[in-house]
Ligand binder design. Sequence first.
Ligand SMILES: [Zn+2]
Length: 277
Amino acid sequence: MDSTTITLQQSFLETNFHEIQFAAIFGGMILLFLIEGFIPRRQTDKNQTSRWLSNIGLALFNHFFIIFYSVLVFGLLARFKPESPLIEHFKMCDISSLLIVILIMELMTYWIHRLFHKVEFLWRIHAVHHSDTEIDVTTSHRHHPFEPMINALIITPIIFALGAPFIVLAIYTFMHTAISLFSHSNIVLPKRLDAVLRLFIVTPDFHRMHHSSDKQYTNSNYGAMQPWLDYLFRTASKKPYEDLPDMEVGLEVLRKNKDNRLDKLFTTPFIYKTESK
Ligand SMILES: [Zn+2]
């Protein structure tokens, strides 16, 4: 493959990034949704249709809303772009840039996630993600729009400071999307496969503990792509999911059907405190 072909492929990816990202999110969701039907980890007799519709509705809203919001944030913060970003300064190749991006973004997302659990007003926003009373692939993109908005404000300056090539950021984004869909999915993996996979990525059994309504587990397993930082900072759950197969998912509050309605998910951060008393 010559350099002209690579350049053409990169510019195709750049021009059509949002469409490709849309296909990756919703195509991946459909694929894992089908797999969940064949090998579910948790059985549920409750009708899930209204949950699914709310979660997918929120995912669609966020996808299109964030495109416009990101353009705004990038435009506003672009004036603070450093003249010699880290990756350009050290003339790194794409592979080393990708490793640096993964390392720094994982550190950032891990600590931002912990902040969302620690700070009251951030927790009310993040509670929309945690209030899902079951966990499956549709939970992966159930976030109040304020959450990706706040993330973008914090992460954009880091992206500028790193100065990674577009292709590297795109690969990182697709990896993050794929692992997020997978780690939320309600699928059972052979025990050995799970043990090997979890050395490198967050598996569904690992992440499901984070969605327990029992606070000691909710405040554990924060990692988005890798479980390493949870081991390093001692936030990995001491109990494996297989010891708690009947654990309750969600929060202790916001468990009624109406709490999962799409319009309610938008207002949850404003009513959460009242309902939690
Ligand atoms: Zn969380």
